[in-house]
Design a protein. Sequence first.
Length: 463
Amino acid sequence: MSALPRPIINELRAVVGDTWVVVEEKAIERYLYDETAYGVRPQPIKDVIVVKPGSTEEVAEVLRIANKYKVPVYVRGGGTGLVGGAIPIKPGIVMSLERMDKVIIDSENMVAEVEAGASFGKLLEEADKHNLMFPAHPGDEGASVGGLIACNAGGSRAVKTGVVRSYVLGLEVVLPSGEVLKLGAKTIKNNFGYNLAHLFIGSEGILGVITRAYLRLYPKWGYTATVIIPFDSRVKAFRAAKKLLFSGFIPLALEYFDRRVIETSAKYLGLQWPIKEGDYFLMIMLAEALEDTLFLELEYLDRVAREEESLEPFATQRDDEQKTLLKIRSEIFSSLKSETFDILDTTVPLGNVDRFIENIIDVEKRYGIWLPVYGHVGDGNVHVHVLNYQGFSRDQLEKITEEVYNAALMLGGVITGEHGIGYIRRKYVKRLLGDTWIETMRKLKAVLDPNNVLNPGKVLPEE
């Protein structure tokens, strides 16, 4: 049972109803964790209650109560985060937005009005019914739309479509005081005052609670294809990738992985990786409105691949084959999850991806371990799994993480391109972002959340 005083619990029940205030320990358990790797995730505090508001108005009332009593609130969406951002680390309230899952498609204006608790998968399904799509694809379709916005999620398509921020036209946000901000509109252009919506996109839940969003949609692509280009050396693969990117060719996605990584994923799914030649692969996804354009791109890809000494490319336009290839690529994380100490999402400038991976290989050799490497070579975002090898201490594993980060930083990169800071990356903030960044963020936090109610202990380092 929560240590929250009974009067606070009664006030919360009066707002959302008895059914939507959860105090039983077993029922609360699934709200205490996200997808953060076991080795680095924070130990959750179990002394919480779960509150499930059903509207923006109820969110506002819950926050007014929390602010009045100075009770911490941890907002939860789909629980798919990888940096401990939604895990409660102080006694208080876990606010789940799962009941707020409406998706309304305004097909005439190509806009989706989406409540924050709706899953990304539901947004895609509803848009598809109107022959529309949300171009960015940040990954797990179980993620909530509010969470994707709060973390400014990326994904493999960012090379062509950009990240989630690029599609947010407007937001409804509840401040910690319970005041409601309505920001933006359904219009593509809006130059009316400061763009405060962008303050909350990527704020990781420490400044306000996103309850509703207006998202820009696009007509569905008419024609798609997926191409796998195998190589017998990593050098040739990256030479081809650079040639493609610097020629002005912009694919929907440009991914890199090696045979060991991709076959681990295929085995996990009970599937076979269909390409038998080569040990290093580029996976290129194409999407165009016109079939002639797609064919020209396929011809160009084939020419560049052969110029850079690729092995026989594999190309398909069949929907089922494309889905299988994407499924195998998408499940790399899941296939390695049980052995993963931490998954890093380092990002380096496009021209330095090959040098970054060479540095990772050097780390592997020095420690005599395997560091699975794969990622979005089209935007420089490279994922590195630090595996929890038997006999390794936590200090040794963290030392490897530091070496990976240093390799990215030396090449002009950053330590996170998608996952964010959350809880587990806070210790790097001071060193990498500096005192001025921290002080500015603390001032913003103090103005909007003077009682430090929202997501305390996240993003900003300890004072």
